[in-house]
Design a protein around this ligand. Structure first.
Ligand code: T4K
Length: 377
C-alpha cells in the first residue's frame, strides 16, 4: 500500500523535461528486423540509414552518429588534433569542459554575453595566448552564437572553431543550419533533448576526409579488418538507437511545434512580471525550444531564484538551475586563473538567477498556467 502511494506522488511530479517517444508499434517493426537479422551494432543497416536521413533532415552534408554527445565532443577534439589551450564557456553542461580535460587540453574560461548567455567574442579575443589552438563555443539553450564574429576571430588568429550544438537540434539562421558553421559541431540525442535516441550524439563536419577520420576514430581507429590507423575509441551508435532515431525523425517537427506553442504560453504568462526576464525568439532564426530559461532578479522580484526553485518544488514542479554552479566552480577547474569570479561576472550573474521551467511536447496547458500563477504570486 505504501508503495502504491509513493507511485501516485511520483506521478504528480512535473520535471524540467520528459522524453518524447513515437508510437511503440512503429518502433517494434524495427526491433523485429533487428531480432531477425541479428545485427545489433558496428555500423549496421539502421546506423547507415539514420546517418543519411538525419543529415538530410538537418541540412548538412557530412555527419557521423555517436553513442552519446560527450563521446562526440571528446572525439571531435581528437579529430582536429587539438592540443594546448582552448577557450570555452563556463556556462554549459559539465561535458563541454570535461571533453577538453579528457584530451589533456587546458580550458581557458571566457565570460558570456548577458542577452543570449553565449560566449562573448570580445572576451574570447582578449583571452587568446600563443598556446591557444581553438575555441569551443556552445549554442546555449539553442540560441546561435555570434557565428560570423567567431569565424572572423578563428581566421585572424589561426584557431579551430568547434561548436557544442547539443541544444541546437534543427536550429537554422535564414534557412541555413547552424551546424554548417565552424570546423565541427556536436549534437546530443540524450533522453532529455528535443530529439532523442535514448542516448546518442553526432559530429557534423564540413568535408568527406574529416568524416572518414571521425568514422575511424569512433571505431577504435579501424580502417579495415586488419588496419588500425590510430588509437580510436568505441563511440559507435548501436542499431537500437539508430532505429529509434529513424522513427523519431518522422515526429520531430511536431515535437518542436508543440515546444514553440508552450514557449509562447510561458511568454504570455510571464510577460510584465517585474524581476523576471526571459529570452525572445530572434528574427530569421528557426528555434528548437530546448529549454525555457527565466532569470530572476531578486531585488526586483522580491524573492531569490533559489526560493522560487523551492516554491515550485513544493507544488511538485521541478525546474532545473541549468547551469548552476558554473563549470569554472567545479573543484577540478576552480584554481585555473581564468576561473576566477572577477573574470566571469556575467556568467556568475546568470548562473545565480537562472531557472529552466518544464518544457516538453506533452506538457499540459493547465500546468503552464499553474506555473505562471506560482510565479505571479
Ligand atoms: N553539451 C551540452 C551543452 C549538454 O547540455 C550536454 C548534455 C552535453 C554536451 C552532453 O551530451 P550527452 O553526453 O548527455 O549526450 C541532463 C542530461 O543528462 C544531459 O544530457 C544534458 N546535457 C543536461 C543539460 O541535462 P541531468 O543530470 O540534469 O539529467 P537528469 O537525469 O537529472 O534529467 C533531468 C530530468 O529529466 C529528470 O529530473 C527527469 C527527466 N528525465 C530524465 C531522464 C534521463 C526523464 O523523464 N527521463 C529520462 O530518461 O543532465
Amino acid at each position: 500500500m505504501k508503495w502504491f502511494y509513493f507511485y501516485v506522488i511520483m506521478d504528480k511530479r512535473i520535471f524540467v523535461t520528459r522524453p518524447a517517444l513515437p508510437p511503440l508499434e512503429e518502433f517494434t517493426v524495427y526491433l523485429e528486423e533487428i531480432w531477425s537479422n541479428r545485427i545489433l551494432t558496428n555500423k549496421g543497416p539502421f546506423h547507415q540509414q539514420f546517418e543519411k536521413e538525419l543529415a538530410k533532415y538537418l541540412g548538412v552534408e557530412y555527419l557521423s552518429v555517436f553513442s552519446n554527445g560527450t563521446l562526440a565532443l571528446v572525439t571531435a577534439l581528437q579529430a582536429l588534433r587539438i592540443k594546448g589551450e582552448v577557450i570555452t564557456t563556463p556556462f554549459s553542461f559539465a561535458a563541454t569542459t570535461h571533453s577538453l580535460w579528457w584530451n589533456n587540453i587546458k580550458p581557458v574560461f571566457a565570460d558570456i554575453e548577458p542577452d543570449c548567455f553565449n560566449l562573448d567574442p570580445d572576451k574570447v579575443e582578449a583571452a587568446i595566448t600563443p598556446e591557444t589552438t581553438a575555441i569551443l563555443a556552445v549554442h546555449v539553450y539553442g540560441n546561435p552564437c555570434d557565428l560570423d564574429r567567431f569565424q572572423q576571430i578563428a581566421d585572424t588568429y589561426g584557431l579551430r572553431l568547434i561548436y557544442d550544438a547539443a541544444h541546437a537540434f534543427g536550429v537554422k539562421i535564414n534557412g541555413n543550419s547552424v551546424l554548417n558553421f565552424g570546423d565541427l559541431s556536436i549534437l546530443s540525442f540524450h533522453a532529455t533533448k528535443v530529439f532523442n535516441t535514448f542516448e546518442g550524439g553526432a559530429i557534423v563536419c564540413q568535408d568527406e576526409k574529416t568524416k572518414k577520420r571521425i568514422d575511424f576514430l569512433k571505431n577504435f581507429g579501424f580502417a579495415n579488418e586488419t588496419t588500425v590507423i590510430e588509437p580510436g575509441i568505441n563511440a559507435k551508435m548501436n542499431e537500437f538507437q539508430s532505429a529509434l532515431g529513424l522513427v523519431q525523425l518522422k515526429y520531430v517537427d511536431e515535437y518542436i511545434a508543440k515546444r514553440k506553442t508552450i514557449a509562447g504560453s510561458y511568454r504570455e504568462q510571464l510577460g510584465g512580471i517585474a524581476g523576471i526576464r526571459f529570452l525572445e525568439d530572434i528574427d530569421g532564426v528557426d528555434h528548437c525550444y530546448t529549454y525555457f530559461p527565466i532569470l530572476i532578479d531578486a531585488r526586483e522580484y522580491g524573492k531569490s531564484r533559489d526560493t522560487v526553485y523551492e516554491n515550485l518544488k513544493e507544488h511538485n514542479i521541478y525546474g532545473r538551475r541549468y547551469f548552476y554552479p558554473l563549470i569554472s566552480q567545479f573543484p577540478t577547474y576552480r584554481s585555473l586563473p581564468s576561473a576566477s569570479k572577477e573574470n566571469l561576472p556575467m556568467a556568475e550573474m546568470v548562473a545565480g538567477q537562472v531557472i529552466c521551467l518544464p518544457l516538453y511536447p506533452d506538457l499540459e496547458t493547465d500546468k503552464i498556467r499553474q506555473i505562471g500563477e506560482i510565479l505571479k504570486q
